[in-house]
Design a protein around this ligand. Structure first.
Ligand SMILES: Cc1cc2nc3c(=O)[nH]c(=O)nc-3n(C[C@H](O)[C@H](O)[C@H](O)COP(=O)(O)OP(=O)(O)OC[C@H]3O[C@@H](n4cnc5c(N)ncnc54)[C@H](O)[C@@H]3O)c2cc1C
Length: 468
């Protein structure tokens, strides 16, 4: 079957949703088709979360990462009002414009049920914390932040879907296999089922889970890819009390440190007070992540956060994505999934096993993680960086370097290759735009949504200029 639409959007994550939302709000007559390889928001269900299996069973399409809402659907929805992290949109447009776009995405969320409560950065307690951190050479990046909460995040997405479903054509369980350039005619997408979609304008928002596929398509289309970074590390889990004096003041604290041994940058990321550690599947590789509920009844006694070492590569190596996947696959090989080790065991040079874990005061929230030895999976440099950072954090939050602090591995944040894009997020091919995490321009909900809105505004403006 072949059909023709005005705009095709690949991917129904944060970026794709807000692109389609804004396209049809600004120009209700536009025929917008969203192609998504995952399921609709009501049908997504990870078998681990549903309690059907203990370990990742490698579903052909991962319900945690794919479907309406994309990777963010089951996140706890920390929505950061900042350009300091969460993406690189300021490389393409002024910071004020990015902040306005983020503010607009928040307005859409609020209109669909999001909280109006914002964690501020300007409180005296937040400023005192920043100063205290500096005493230990830890640099606290703060942002105004909203915590939507995992359960609310889903509800907001459902409301947005209900609002959009009559004006946008959503095609779920539909993976785009191939992108072809038809010249003046636009683009042809071929789905895995063999159907064809011709579109005048193309917006690609394939997210991290579709990044490798998308990079290959772009290479084939002659679009330049710029090397990007990969962040490798672990997810730390410890009693919530240890970090309470930080998380009570700044919900989403990012502490950045440059290690003395290698001069590498290590940072905390994705802080989940009273949260849960979860496994995620990125193209067949099990990595680890975390989330937390707003409802106290659903919270745990632990806080978890990522500790990530940023790795940038120079020529001739140009495949940070493959490097990150390789490291994650090593811990998968050892543990058959996510590996967990007590910090004390790691420093002592012994493997954590079931017996040692049973003595741990800190109980893992990801019970499917298999005790093992991270030093067999992570390169020495990244491991040394992580250990140095944990001791540094221990000065600000005593207890971080306790024997029973749990480290899950590997946590890998793939940013893949960034596309060469214009200030309007257009590729070198006219009317072909790339947005969100899969294009390597964002790495968080706020900027991913902002990139979708931006592209929708550009497309509708240009259509208006030609009288459409
Ligand atoms: C567990 C978890 C927790 C997170 N928590 C937070 C948080 O609290 N705050 C925050 O700011 N960020 C968070 N993030 C990151 C955030 O979710 C992402 O930055 C955001 O979802 C990126 O949006 P996106 O639209 O670019 O990509 P995605 O959300 O990944 O969406 C891309 C979509 O494209 C689809 N797709 C890919 N390839 C194809 C194809 N070939 N054909 C059709 N469809 C395709 C995928 O199925 C997917 O649904 C979290 C991520 C995870 C995994």
């Amino acid at each position: 079957m072949r059909e023709k639409v005005d705009v095709a959007v690949i991917g129904c994550g944060e970026a794709g949703i807000y692109a389609a939302y804004e396209l049809t709000r600004l120009n209700p007559g536009l025929k917008v088709l969203v192609l998504e390889k995952g399921r609709d928001i009501y049908s997504r269900s990870c078998p681990i979360v549903a309690g059907k299996v203990r370990e990742c069973v490698q579903c052909p399409v991962c319900d945690t990462m794919c479907g309406f809402g994309g990777a963010g659907a089951f996140s706890d929805g920390k929505f950061n009002f900042t350009t300091a992290f969460g993406g690189w949109l300021t490389d393409f447009m002024p910071a004020k414009e990015v902040m306005d776009l983020i503010g607009y995405v928040d307005e859409i969320n609020v209109a669909h049920g999001a909280t109006e409560e914002v964690y501020s950065t300007s409180s005296p307690a937040a400023k005192a914390l920043e100063k205290k951190a500096l005493e230990f050479d830890l640099h606290l990046l703060q942002a105004r932040c909203k915590h939507l909460g995992t359960e609310n995040n889903l509800r907001i997405l459902q409301n947005i879907f209900e609002d959009m479903k009559d004006r946008v054509d959503f095609r779920f369980n539909t993976e785009v296999d191939k992108i072809e350039n038809l010249g003046e005619e636009g683009y042809r997408l071929t789905t895995a089922k063999g159907d064809e979609v011709d579109c005048g304008w193309l917006v690609a928002g394939p997210g991290r889970s579709g990044a490798e596929w998308f990079a290959n398509q772009c290479k084939g289309l002659g679009i330049q890819l710029i090397n990007n970074q990969v962040d490798i590390g672990v997810r730390v889990e410890l009693p919530a009390r240890v970090f309470e004096h930080i998380t009570d003041v700044v919900y989403e604290s990012k502490l950045v440190y440059r290690t003395k041994q290698y001069g590498d940058q290590v940072r905390t990321f994705c802080m989940n007070p009273y949260g849960h550690v979860v496994a995620e599947n990125v193209e067949g590789i099990n990595t680890v992540n975390g989330h937390s509920y707003a409802d106290p009844a659903l919270q745990s006694e632990n806080t978890n956060f990522a500790l990530l070492v940023s790795n940038r590569f120079t020529e001739p190596f140009n495949e940070p994505y493959r490097y990150g996947k390789h490291i994650a696959s090593l811990s998968n090989m050892l543990a058959g999934g996510v590996l967990v080790q007590r910090f004390g065991d790691l420093v002592k040079g012994v493997r954590s096993n079931d017996h040692r874990m049973s003595k741990s005061f800190t109980r893992p929230t990801l019970t499917a993680a298999v005790p093992g030895d991270l030093s067999l999976a992570l390169p020495k440099r990244q491991l040394d960086d992580i250990i140095e950072m944990i001791y540094q954090l221990d000065k600000l939050a005593p207890g971080t370097a306790n024997y029973d602090t749990l480290l899950y591995g590997a946590e890998v944040k793939f940013y893949s290759s960034r596309l060469a894009l214009s200030g309007e997020l257009e590729t070198a091919l006219p009317r072909f735009f790339a947005i969100g995490d899969g294009a390597g321009v964002t790495r968080g909900l706020a900027q991913a949504g902002a990139s979708g809105v931006k592209v929708a505004q550009v497309i509708t403006r240009r259509l208006k200029e030609i009288g459409k």
